[in-house]
Design a protein around this ligand. Structure first.
Ligand code: HEC
Length: 218
């Protein structure tokens, strides 16, 4: 059969549309294997549970994000676009959460991928934590980034504490072992992360080993 020029052009047009649609889908980064306790929970811990916000004491708008159950109040498993939390973290203006800053694209995609995959409560995640790795750059800094820095950085210094740089962390530990005291939930210390359960034992151990090694900037 001979294809007329017009039909030929239409076919090309259709093919082009199909290719564009497919490439749009490919751009929709889908995080395979996102794990709740290792990947998702820390985003909530450090970005959402400040005083006055979504912690067990304040429960802003009725939300407490310190537990899986609390987070699920704003999640529709399998469907990010029906999930209030996803709407809030992708919103602009007054509806945006957190109100102070937008989550990074990676954090937003992590939460999206987790919701798409059914929002499961995986607790045994490979967090990448290894007690044999306790340098500042590979061991300690990523733990602080995930669990603490959202509330203790150059612009937000909750409780007057800044944990932005290596020197800041060394200074805080210098106040009578304050850093280790708060993460071990030792008696007489303000337990951290704020209003949240203790970090997993591996994370605490990595920081202990780094402190025992003299807190090098390595
Ligand atoms: C959700 C916010 C938030 C997170 C996450 C958080 N903190 Fe805090 N932190 C606070 C607040 C609020 C205070 C002040 C508490 C108070 O005075 O009652 C505080 C106080 C502190 C203090 C001072 C305690 C004292 O007794 O003076 C230290 C040290 C500290 N945090 C370290 C950490 C470390 C280390 C982490 C991570 C493991 C962490 N924080 C995670 C909010 C947070």
């Amino acid at each position: 059969m001979r294809i007329s020029t017009t039909t030929g052009f239409s076919l090309i047009a259709v093919a082009t549309v199909v290719v564009i649609v497919l490439s749009q889908c490919a751009k929709d980064v889908y995080y395979e294997g996102v794990c709740f306790s290792g990947d998702v929970k820390p985003i909530f811990t450090t970005n959402c549970s400040m005083p006055g916000c979504h912690n067990p004491v304040d429960q802003a708008n009725g939300y407490d994000f310190s537990t899986y159950e609390g987070i699920m109040e704003g999640i529709e498993p399998g469907n990010p676009w029906d999930s209030e939390i996803y709407e809030a973290i992708t919103a602009d203006g007054d509806d945006q959460m957190p109100p102070t800053h937008k989550l990074s694209a990676k954090e937003i995609n992590t939460i999206k991928g987790w919701i798409k995959a059914g929002a499961k409560n995986d607790t045994t995640c490979a967090t990448g934590c290894d007690t044999a790795v306790f340098t500042y750059s590979q061991g300690v800094n990523p733990i602080i980034e995930r669990n603490c820095r959202g509330c203790h950085n150059n612009s937000l210094q909750s409780g007057g504490i800044n944990l932005e740089t290596h020197q800041d962390v060394v200074t805080v530990q210098g106040f009578g072992g304050l850093f280790l005291g708060v993460i071990r939930h030792d008696n007489g210390f303000n337990p951290m992360p704020y209003n949240q359960p203790k970090m997993p034992p591996c994370e605490v151990r990595v920081i202990e080993k780094w402190v025992n090694a003299g807190m090098p900037n390595n």
